[in-house]
Design a protein around this ligand. Sequence first.
Ligand code: ADP
Length: 263
Amino acid sequence: MNAPPYPSAASDGIRQRHPGVDGGCRTVLHLEAVTKTYPSQSPVTALRGVSFAVACGEMVAITGPSGSGKSTLLNLVGLLDRPTAGTIEIDGQDVGGSPERRRAAVRALRIGFVFQSFHLLPHRTALENVMLAQVYTGLARRGRRAAALDALAQVGLSERTGSLPSALSGGERQRVAIARALLNRPSLLLCDEPTGNLDSATTAEISSVLEGLHRDGTTLLVITHNPAVAQRAQRRITIRDGYLTEPPGPQAAAPDGARHVQG
Ligand code: ADP
């Protein structure tokens, strides 16, 4: 696959990514002692001092029962919310507590989101839906089109680029959504219940797509209820009552030795 052009970091002072140029694999995501307490009359602590790191190229699954803190973790990792305490680094930059403008810029450039609902525009083709992901990066239309075709090829949808979402199966729609998330070449693909709306055959299809992306070097963090999806991940972390646990075992070590979990 040809690498799509890098988006512009514009005026936000965010370093451009140069994988392979600056020494290759690094830690993409690092949470240290992250706590999230929701203030109210009786404050709820949803995450309790969690620490973990995801190295470049890893596929990590996070599973846990309802109410365990998955959405809270997703919102923090996706820079949609700020921790009460602790640090969140993306590509080595401590951005978890940054002002919204900076978090939004890092989010746009470095994180690709895949949700349970595909969030495709119904009157736009698969190609247009993917291209729309890059409207704000300032790339010329021709560059966006090439990058979108590339991303669609990466998820095996080269034959359906002109189809409207209504003409696509559930699995194909989710593949379009994944292609859209890949368009900016994010450092981290953050998947929130990516198979939550899919039957078991289609779940297997999407799991294979995610596994293929991992093989191609994409870094994935997948939050899922589905054990079959979690099984595909190289590392499986469980969240319960705001604590993370990761079983010891034959899991590939992060290149820089940063892999650890504390709850
Ligand atoms: P999950 O996604 O695993 O179901 P959540 O992260 O949504 O878990 O919730 C973890 C805990 O935090 C739960 O006890 C939930 O009630 C609480 N919680 C989540 N969001 C809020 C909020 N905005 N205000 C107060 N409590 C919240």
